[in-house]
Each structure stands twice: as C-alpha cells, then as structure tokens.
Design a protein around this ligand. Structure first.
Ligand SMILES: C[S@@+](CC[C@H](N)C(=O)[O-])C[C@H]1O[C@@H](n2cnc3c(N)ncnc32)[C@H](O)[C@@H]1O
Length: 200
C-alpha cells in the first residue's frame, strides 16, 4: 500500500504530540520522540507479507511502525493496533483507514483483542517500553503472544539497550535473533526477534 509520504509539517506535529504525551506520562511512552523510519523499516522487514493472517502491533504511538508495515505490504485489514493513549488512537484512526485501532492495555493482550481475530496472528510487533515493567509481566506478555500466534511466529521488539528487553530466563522457550545496530535512529536501537520454539 502506498501512503502519501509524511510531510515535514506532519512529522513536526507528531513529534510535538509525542513530546506533550511523554511530558504527561513519561513511563507510558519511554521515549521523547517517535522512532525513525530506518528502525521502523527494520522492524517491518521481520514480517513476511506473503504469509496470510493478521499482524498485531503494540504501542503504535503516532504510527511510524504502522506506516512501515503497510509499506511492507501488509494490507490495512490485517493490522490490529493496541494503543493505551486515547489521543494517539484518534490520530491512528484518522491516518490509517481500514486498520483496527483498539484503545486498551497491551499487557492484557487476549482481553484487549476480545473476539476480533478470526485467524491466529502471524506476528506481534511491539514498541512498548518493556523495561518500565516488572520482568515477570514482560515474560507473561511474550508467553501470551506466543500462545496466540501461529507456530514460529515472531515477537518483534526494539530496544536501545545492550541487553534483551525480554528477561531470557523467565521467557517461555524461544529462539532469539537480533538485528545489527540501527545507527540512523536517535538513539541507536536494535531489533530483537523472539520466535516460538527452541534453538536446534
Ligand atoms: C516508545 S513509544 C513507541 C511509539 C511508536 N511505535 C514509535 O516507535 O515511535 C511506546 C508506545 O507504547 C504505548 N504504550 C505504553 N504502554 C502501553 C500499554 N500498556 N498498552 C498499550 N500501549 C501502550 C505508548 O502510549 C506509546 O505510544
């Protein structure tokens, strides 16, 4: 899908809304500005658009990752976004027609999705600031995502940290890969991909 490219004005307006929301609730956002397009493209590159089924996005904010997923070839009807902040939900609904935007708590994944999914998701793409949550809650989120997804489905997460944002000892059995550092993002970040199943 080809969206009208973001303009300098729309990027500025997004950054301003992001900063205002961060000032009101820094732990909810975990970052002061939206992610850059290089990081978003690296996240989206982990999803195979040819594989049929829904894709869940957690913490879409102003929609940088959503845009990259659509550019990657995921049709809007396949995208289910869970965002806690109502102001971001309004923006996402206006910007991405056909995408399902759910206002709610991503850590209560199944409850927030309700009965909306007709098929198992092929991937969960998360920008949640996981490190603001207790380790057990992060591990429980990944376990719930694995439980929902098709076998071998990836839980894709970015992080600015040197260490896994998902606690490896508490997480369910998984295979982990990481992207190279994305230096063009501010701050530099890496993509962490956790897949169901164990390493061979
Ligand atoms: C680091 S920002 C990422 C925003 C955007 N995806 C990006 O990369 O620019 C984290 C996002 O997660 C959302 N968020 C935080 N906790 C959440 C929760 N429990 N449920 C749903 N969304 C949440 C925040 O409102 C914010 O939009």
């Amino acid at each position: 899908m080809s969206l009208p490219p973001p303009t300098p004005q729309s990027r500025f307006a997004d950054a301003a809304q992001f900063l205002r929301t961060w000032a009101a609730n820094p732990l909810l956002l975990g970052a002061v500005t939206p992610s850059g397009p290089a990081l978003a493209a690296a996240m989206a590159a982990e999803i195979d658009p040819a594989q049929p089924g829904p894709v869940i996005e957690l913490g879409p904010g102003t929609g940088v990752m959503t845009e990259a997923l659509l550019e990657r070839g995921i049709a809007p009807e396949r995208l289910f976004l869970i965002e806690y902040e109502p102001g971001f939900c309004d923006l996402l609904r206006a910007r991405f027609p056909g995408v399902t935007v759910l206002q709610g708590d991503a850590y209560a994944l199944r409850a927030t999705l309700g009965a909306r999914l007709r098929q198992a998701p092929i991937a969960v793409v998360s920008s949640l600031p996981l490190i603001t949550r207790p380790e057990a809650q992060r591990a429980a989120l990944v376990a719930e995502a694995f439980d929902l997804m098709v076998p071998n489905g990836p839980f894709v997460q970015f992080s600015y940290s040197l260490f896994s944002p998902v606690p490896l000892k508490l997480a369910p059995p998984h295979r982990l890969t990481t992207s190279p550092w994305i230096w063009r993002n501010v701050p530099p970040a890496r993509v962490w991909i956790y897949r169901t199943g164990v390493s061979a």
